[in-house]
Ligand binder design. Structure first.
Ligand code: GCO
Length: 470
């Protein structure tokens, strides 16, 4: 008997810079990730996405693999500098054409495409003009959104404006571990605001060009923030990090307001005078669903010592905190097993998140648009990759999704991060998140046991025993 609702989307997710390669082909412009990864010392091993896993040339093989596994949806992102090499002006038809071919290939197998417009690869020319801390970037993004909407709106139903603006703003402009590598807390908060504005402007631009059956959403890296104790001080620390991790985006996009205490909490950094009168109304557009990306919870406490390095997603190491105005909160490693990223495995954090947003925005369908884990996968003598730990991770988190559905939450789909091993940002190729193993020397693809297990789940609509494919 099927234990997930009929029509549930069983997908996998990727992003353009992490998989495409072909960095200089067909007129593609440079993005901030090209510049950053080619700056010595920014990425482990000084690696870059010039070739990545060459998906640009191997997309047919990759789509065939998804079909063979049994996935019914695929979430990918469009590279802005392929469509608009300088971030302005008319679309380069060669860039759009790649995505048209990809989408046609998916549809040919009955795989539903879910398209993300922005997964961190800002055209370098726009960064040179000030990047996300500049208001104009939000307007450029809306123009780009309309160009892609016009080209693909007839074939792609599900649209996501921006992926994880927290990382774009706070890792890109605060701690500097992501492109463009700036370390300026004011720039980070300005960027956050302009992401909110860009999301709103792009959503209304898309509404103008997409057929009405299409749906629009955003994917936020929503963090379940917990405190070490229930003391009033720890509760305040929890609330402050929750505001900076979640409320700073969910607030404007879902409710048209910043969290009540955010401006006071960050008053030492900025007076927020860059927020204009209509901005919050613009950011607050009707959405058709909400995408939540979840990997691990955060655990905080009030502390007199400066904020320690957080084990949170993608943080990397930097002398600069990604949290603007926070120097009196400590981050702790939550108890439990850890993945190869050092992130604690805790499916209850995903359950809590789904419950939270089902209450906060009643009636809005939810999708888990990313969830997964890195492990040190290695092929055995026969060339097979038995990733039992990843199966356990997926089983735990999909069980949390199923429990949330049973408890009344309207979860419509789940996208495993990631379809295949790829360029893991500042970690280069050192961290493997894929359910498909990629030999980075030959670029050969081999489904790991987890891909077979997940494919079986997708085909049956229920979770197989964890030892089924090992
Ligand atoms: C994310 C990103 C992915 C990362 C993944 C693992 O949205 O954080 O979408 O690009 O690779 O999260 O760090």
């Amino acid at each position: 008997m099927s234990t997930f609702p009929p029509g549930f989307r069983w997908g996998a997710a990727t992003s353009a810079y992490q998989i495409e390669g072909a960095a200089r082909e067909d007129g593609r412009g440079r993005s901030i990730w090209d510049t950053f990864s080619h700056t010595p010392g920014k990425v482990d091993g000084d690696e870059n996405g010039d070739v990545a896993v060459d998906h640009y040339h191997r997309y047919r093989e990759d789509v065939a693999l998804m079909a063979e596994l049994g996935l019914n949806s695929y979430r990918f992102s469009v590279s802005w500098p392929r469509v608009q090499p300088t971030g302005r002006g008319p679309a380069d038809p060669r860039g759009l054409d790649f995505y048209c071919r990809l989408v046609d290939e998916l549809l040919g197998y009955g795989i539903k495409p879910t398209l993300t417009l922005y997964h961190w690869d800002l055209p370098q020319d726009l960064e040179d003009a000030g990047g996300w801390p500049e208001r104009d970037t939000a307007y450029r993004f809306a123009e780009y959104a309309a160009l892609v909407g016009e080209a693909l709106g007839d074939r792609v139903e599900q649209w996501i404006t921006i992926n994880e603006p927290w990382c774009g703003a706070f890792l890109g402009y605060g701690s500097g571990v992501h492109a463009p590598g700036r370390t300026d807390p004011v720039a980070a908060l300005r960027a956050a605001h302009h992401f909110n504005l860009a999301h709103g402007l792009a959503t209304s631009a898309l509404r103008g060009v997409l057929p009405s059956r299409n749906s629009i959403a955003v994917s936020l890296n929503s963090v379940t923030v917990r405190s070490v104790t229930d003391s009033p001080e720890d509760q305040v620390a929890r609330r402050r990090i929750d505001d900076l991790a979640n409320g700073i985006f969910h607030g404007p996009m879902l409710h048209g307001a910043y969290p009540e205490h955010l401006f006071a909490d960050t008053a030492r950094v900025t007076d927020w005078s860059f927020v204009r009168d209509q901005d919050l109304a613009t950011s607050h557009q009707r959405l058709d669903w909400l995408g939540l990306n979840y990997y691990t919870p955060a655990l905080v406490s009030a502390a007199d010592d400066p904020a320690s390095v957080s084990p949170m997603e993608g943080l990397g190491t930097s002398a600069h905190s990604p949290w603007p105005g926070v120097d009196d909160i400590s981050f702790h490693q939550p108890p439990g097993e850890q993945t190869a990223m050092g992130w604690t495995v805790d499916p209850s954090g995903l359950y809590d998140l789904l419950l939270r947003y089902s209450r906060e925005v009643p009636g809005l369908p939810l999708y888990v648009t990313e969830n997964g884990a890195a492990y040190d996968d290695k092929p055995d003598q026969d060339g097979r990759v038995h990733d039992a730990e990843r199966i356990a991770y997926l089983n735990g988190h999909l069980s949390a999704v199923r429990r949330a559905i049973r408890d009344g939450v309207d979860v419509r789909g789940y996208y495993l991060w990631s379809l295949m091993d790829n360029f893991e940002w500042a970690y280069g190729y050192a961290k493997r998140f894929g359910s498909v193993y990629v030999d980075f020397a030959t670029l050969d693809r081999t489904p790991k046991s987890s891909a077979l297990w997940y494919g079986r789940a997708a085909r049956n609509g229920s979770l197989p025993p964890v030892d089924d494919c090992v």
